[in-house]
Structures are given as structure tokens and as C-alpha cells.
Design a protein around this ligand. Structure first.
Ligand code: NAD
Length: 362
């Protein structure tokens, strides 16, 4: 029987809980069967548990960096029944994930001891380089054949350096930066942009990505995920400032922001930052991060750095970067990036507009 037909037949027969038995003795990998089942839309969580549980437990997995994103992402892996060792230099950040059943490590060394897959979700390039390639870092202990899965947003040039160091040790490297925001991560609804050279390595990390998110884009080889992310983030972060300026002007002119939102939704200017992020955050009076102005400034800097490497001018990006730079020098640094609206309104000497909660669904 042709491989694809056999795969389809087994996948459909496997709609009970004997999947592993069906695959035993057949020239199929459970991950392949899972993919067919997954595409049928059959009960995702049940089949993920049947097919992925066994696969994930084969590896010792560590998760480093449990901030606004890492904490819910690691929690979702643990909630799906996968054993995880976690570490953050801020030990309080580990507590909610440990409460769900993860092993909390006292040091990076303890966290990576015996690990075959190490996931990093750290603020910026120097943090990831320190943890992965620095003295006493991941590459000092992970065995050849292990995998480093970096989900942080860092400089593409940094990704290339780290990937090369991994390759020299026979360790696979996957860049899988995260799209969407912290509240998506909490709901297990993140989007991933994956750069990975090897199908077998992709299959090893796929169950982890599926435990944390709903949308997975394989962008190409190593480094393609982070490059996609940097460009997309440049657009998002710039749109936040455009939205903040627009709403400050609207407020100054006495425009009803609720009506503006409805109008915007019905035009080609339909803007996710206005419709979803601002509507759920700053327009509700909530500027807790989320995604901080500090991190947005860093991410925009990554785009400008890449543009400079390619001798490309980004005049809008440069001026938006200056606005974020000014905002983060004061009390806005740790606020959600939608708080640029408060900053714009402060400069315009108007009260920040608010929306009723009925407008949060966009
Ligand atoms: P965060 O600052 O909330 O978390 C980073 C965590 O890393 C902190 O808990 C910190 O203590 C820890 N850390 C720093 N150095 C460490 C080290 N050497 N060892 C162990 N832990 C260390 O940041 P975040 O919002 O979770 O973002 C993480 C990454 O994801 C960033 O690159 C960011 O740009 C990106 N990102 C963030 C969002 C978002 O909405 N927050 C969305 C997509 C992508």
C-alpha cells in the first residue's frame, strides 16, 4: 500500500486511544499519523495527548526564562502532561510553573544538566548568548544530537552566531520566535515563526510548539523565523505609534473613539492594534505589560540594525524608534506598548480616551 494511503487509513482507524499500537510494526511515525488526524480537526487535545505525550517524554526538556511570555508558555507545556525543568534568575517567576508540576532548578547548571531539548525565552541577544554559548551554558552540557529551541526575539546576526556554535557541537538549533501577545500565550494561542533546517528536528519540537500555540509557520531554514519576526514586529510596533497619534488627534478634536473604532473596522485601515490590543489594554485603563515599551524599543532596534547591515533606510522606523526611546526614558519603560497612547495624550494635553468593555472583542 502506498505510504500516503497507509498513513491515511491508520490515522482514521486511530480515532480511538490505541494509536501507538496501530503504529507499532508499520512503517509510519506516530507524528505523521498525528498530523493527518490533526488536519481532520478530530479532537485535538485527546490525540495530542495520545501521540505527543509519549514522544515528548522521551526527552529531558528544560525551559529557561519565565517572564511575561515564558511563564504561560512553560505552563501550557506542563498542563499537557510533559515533564519540564524550569529556571529563571528571578526565582519568584518560577513559582506558578512549579505549582503546576514542573521541576524548579536552583541554577542554570542544574536546569540544563541532562537536558536534551533546551527552550530559551529570554529578553534579548546577550541573554540568549550568555545562557546558550557562555561559560557554563547550555552548550557545555547538552549532548550532541540535542536541540536548542530559542523562542526569544533577538538580532538575526545573534541567531546566526548561536546556530553556528550549536552546529560546531553537533547540536541542532531552531529559532521559533513568538507572534501575538502575552494574553494569547496564556490561552495557548501563540503563533510561531519557525526556522529549522531538518525535518526530524522539526518533528521533535512540533509537539512542544503545539502545546503552546495554535499557529505554526515553518518559514524556512535556521534564521528564517527570526528574520520574519523582526520585519513583522517592525510593522506592528510602528502601527502602535500611528494608532496612538491618531487617537490623540481624535480626542483633541472631540471624535467619539467608539465610533472611530467601528469605522476603522469597516475600512482598509482596519487595524489590529486599535481593534484588539488597545481595546483590551490602554483603552480599558490597563497598561500592565503585556509587551513592554522597553521590549518594543529593543525589537524596533533589531529591525534598524538589520536595515543598517543591508544599507537600507527606514525613515518611519527610525522616527518611531525615537518616540519609544523618549517614552522609555521616563515612567513608561515597563508599561504595555499600548501605553504609547497615554504618552501621546500627555504630549497633546488631553485625557487618555477609554472605551466601554463591550468594545474589547474588536
Ligand atoms: P520578560 O522580561 O517578561 O521575561 C524575561 C525573563 O527572562 C525574566 O523573567 C528574566 O528574569 C529572565 N532572565 C533574564 N536573564 C536570564 C538568565 N540569564 N537566566 C534565566 N532567566 C533569565 O520578557 P517577555 O515579555 O517574556 O519576552 C521574552 C522574549 O519574547 C523577548 O525577546 C520579547 O521580545 C519576546 N516577545 C515578547 C512578547 C510579549 O508580548 N511580551 C511577545 C512576543 C515576543
Amino acid at each position: 500500500m502506498a505510504h500516503a494511503v497507509l498513513l491515511d487509513v491508520v490515522a482514521r482507524l486511530c480515532l480511538d486511544r490505541h494509536a501507538e499500537l496501530w503504529c507499532t510494526g508499520l512503517p509510519l511515525r506516530t507524528i505523521e499519523v498525528y498530523r493527518v488526524l490533526y488536519s481532520t480537526g478530530a479532537n485535538r487535545d485527546e490525540h495530542r495527548a495520545v501521540f505527543m505525550g509519549g514522544q515528548m517524554e522521551q526527552s529531558n526538556i528544560s525551559f529557561i526564562g519565565l517572564g511575561a511570555m515564558g511563564q504561560p508558555m512553560a505552563s501550557n507545556i506542563v498542563k499537557k502532561g510533559t515533564a519540564l525543568t524550569v529556571f529563571d534568575i528571578d526565582t519568584a517567576r518560577m513559582e506558578p510553573v512549579v505549582a503546576l508540576g514542573a521541576a524548579g532548578a536552583k541554577s542554570l547548571g542544574e536546569a540544563i544538566d541532562g537536558a536534551e531539548i533546551v527552550i530559551t525565552m529570554l529578553p534579548a541577544t546577550p541573554h540568549v548568548e550568555k545562557v546558550v554559548t557562555g561559560p557554563g551554558g547550555v552548550l557545555d552540557s547538552i549532548p550532541a544530537g540535542g536541540v536548542v529551541l530559542d523562542m526569544s526575539t533577538i538580532a538575526p546576526s545573534g541567531t546566526d552566531r548561536i546556530a553556528k556554535s550549536c552546529a560546531r557541537k553537533g547540536v541542532a538549533f531552531v529559532d521559533a520566535p513568538v507572534g501575538r501577545l502575552a494574553y494569547h500565550a496564556q490561552r495557548g494561542e501563540s503563533l510561531f515563526m519557525v526556522g529549522c533546517d531538518d525535518d526530524a528536528v522539526f518533528d521533535r519540537v512540533l509537539p512542544l510548539l503545539e502545546a503552546m500555540g495554535t499557529t505554526i509557520h515553518r518559514c524556512g531554514g535556521v534564521g528564517s523565523g527570526i528574520r520574519t519576526k523582526v520585519v513583522n514586529n517592525f510593522m506592528i510596533i510602528s502601527i502602535v505609534q500611528i494608532t496612538a497619534e491618531g487617537l490623540a488627534l481624535a480626542t483633541k478634536m472631540g471624535v467619539d473613539v467608539a465610533i472611530l473604532k467601528e469605522v476603522n473596522a469597516g475600512t482598509s485601515g482596519n487595524n489590529g492594534q486599535f481593534q484588539f490590543n488597545f481595546a483590551n489594554k490602554v483603552l480599558q485603563g490597563d497598561t500592565t505589560p503585556g509587551f513592554t515599551i522597553d521590549l518594543a524599543h529593543k525589537d524596533l532596534g533589531l529591525a534598524l540594525e538589520a536595515a543598517s547591515d543591508f544599507r537600507l533606510g527606514m525613515p518611519v522606523g527610525s522616527s518611531v524608534h525615537a518616540v519609544y526611546g523618549a517614552a522609555r526614558s521616563g515612567r513608561y519603560a515597563d508599561k504595555d506598548f499600548s501605553a504609547l497612547l497615554e504618552y501621546a495624550c500627555e504630549l497633546a494635553a488631553v485625557d487618555t480616551p477609554r472605551l466601554p468593555a463591550t468594545h474589547t472583542e474588536g
